[in-house]
Design a protein around this ligand. Sequence first.
Ligand SMILES: [Zn+2]
Length: 310
Amino acid sequence: MRIPSSASAVFGLLLLLPPGSSLAASVSVVTTTEDLAALTREVGGDKVAVDFMGHGYQDPHFVEAKPSFILKLSKADLLIAVGCELESGWLPALVQQSRNARIQPGADGYLDASLSARILEIPTGQVTRAMGDVHPLGNPHYWLDPGNGRRIAQAIQQKLAAMRPADAGYFQTRFADFDKRLGEAEKRWDSAMAPYKGLKIVTYHRSWPNFTERFGLDVIGYVEPKPGIPPSPTHTVELIQDMRRQNVKILLVEPYFDLKTPNSIGRETGAKVLVMSPSVGGEKEVTDYIGLFDHDIKLLVTAIKETGAR
Ligand SMILES: [Zn+2]
């Protein structure tokens, strides 16, 4: 293969750059989800190169492992994972196959974002297979509380600062700016959701406990009989009865689930089936963390008003 002379000149220049110079300071980050990539971009700005594996429109429990992921991981300085076993079905083998010592669990280049977050639904007793896909470390969909978004961003800031001390001030300023914008956005979301405190809803998967706790909604049931277990006729009949009894008019469905059962529940109960994405990238127009809540809360409030639930 013939390398164009300009490319080889650039390559030669890169080799000559002293460590700590601005080009060499760029941190190569790979995240498991688009949410973590978005938070990393907030803090890292142009001092990081961020890539992700699972798209926001995919079920994060079941991301198809691709050879390209191994390549990405082999070059990464930092891997950021959701943790709480969300990626336990697909990530460990990829990390191992990357043969990258920097990003193995326990190494400095492995950041488990759950360790800095407030985790709900941590089981108290023994976890058995009969309980379905229950995570012994608690519910892994914790990024859907803006308070946790802030905690994750701060953990990323601290990690990047430790890896690139020369840029610590830059990451600190970026975090402070994100923190401020998030605080302003939270006021907007709180006032939009305030009239609906205690509103009863049903969701397909247990993706929303942090979101519903933060915004005061009451989840009375799930389309899945147990987390990760597909709908069953018996459970669906019971759910329909519960929804009628409690006058539930909103059924939230994550974009990667089949709509057949939700639609039939909607027909039986008069509830509105609302497809709502729990992740950045779940819809084309949702490209950052604050935008995810802006989008979802607008969608939800519009649906609540339509159903006349309040
Ligand atoms: Zn889950």
